[in-house]
Design a protein around this ligand. Sequence first.
Ligand SMILES: Cc1ncc(COP(=O)(O)O)c(C=O)c1O
Length: 379
Amino acid sequence: MKVYLDNAATTPMAPEVWEAMEPFMKEHFGNPSSTHSFGRKTKNAIEMSRKKIAQLLNAEPGEIIFTSGGTEADNMALWCGVRDHCVKRIITSTIEHHAVGHTAECIKDLEGVELVYVNLDSNGSVDIVHLEELLQKDVKTMVSLMHANNEIGNLLPLKEVSQLCRKYNALFHSDTVQTMGHYKFDLKDLDIDFITCAAHKFHGPKGSGFLYVNKSLAMKQMICGGSQERGHRGGTENLYGIIGLAKAMELAYEDVEGHQKEVQALKDYMIARLKEIEPNTRINGETDPSKSLYTVLNVCFPLSESNAMLLFSLDINGVAASGGSACSSGSNKGSHVLATLDGNQYCNAIRFSFSRYTTKEEIDFAVKQVANCTQLLEA
Ligand SMILES: Cc1ncc(COP(=O)(O)O)c(C=O)c1O
């Protein structure tokens, strides 16, 4: 048996998504910029996808800019703030995905923008009081804080932060790559400036995503060389990626609350089973389900000789999980997120992440392999 519990890194594509994409790989190949019928067919498919996504988020089609995924969308948001809206200061956190963290550092080096980090509590959650203090400085500011952390799953109170940003006239970008397709968004109500999406995190294709830009904000061209995406991003569109993204969104939102309930139950079950086999097992990050992404469970196993190679042993025994973010696996650099958490030096952290396709049998199998690999149960 092989069990995949690394859905925060990427998810398998839904068969319905593949079916929606296939005709655009085989039959409908026209360049969307061509004015003949072949081009009009694919242009129309792109615009229908944009409309569908906008409807699902209570946004407007013109607010959706298709990108190659989350990293590009995060880059665009930060650069747009600095380049097009005279942002002189970015407030972010030390546990952002590198798509934000490294981009903010790069902007600081290239543009001389001030970079400020908000305090986090011992669970790694944003200190909202400190954020408000930081916002009081009279300089054009952009806040970039992720909706859910990809390693430990902590959730940001998005509405509260967006209201604070409005109060102090700051731009607000949230990296919603881990929550898009997993939580409902009402963007008119939320009143946020930028959010980002990657289709492969919710059973869509890789290399496809979008940036939402609030219609009140102007954005100049980001990629020159063509007038695609209303002049923001030149280059022939990733046609089948966009079709797949829209289909994956539609499927995800058909019963988002049902999926949430089911996956949360699996997460709770796994926590209970792991505590049964090792009562000293701790959870990294927030433990309150209302403050934690239901698809992510980051477990801190006590350090011992037998579990030092746990991630590797699990893989050999058919369980795919992660030691942190996929981007840092394979390198021996520790996780920048876990490094912020108290007491983490005494544990071996494994991230298990679930999807709507995960089953209870798979969790049972994974827990059994954890027990075997850590020799906590008789093999
Ligand atoms: C929170 C977060 N932001 C951004 C990204 C980057 O997305 P992409 O791989 O589509 O570029 C990821 C991917 O792991 C992520 O988890």
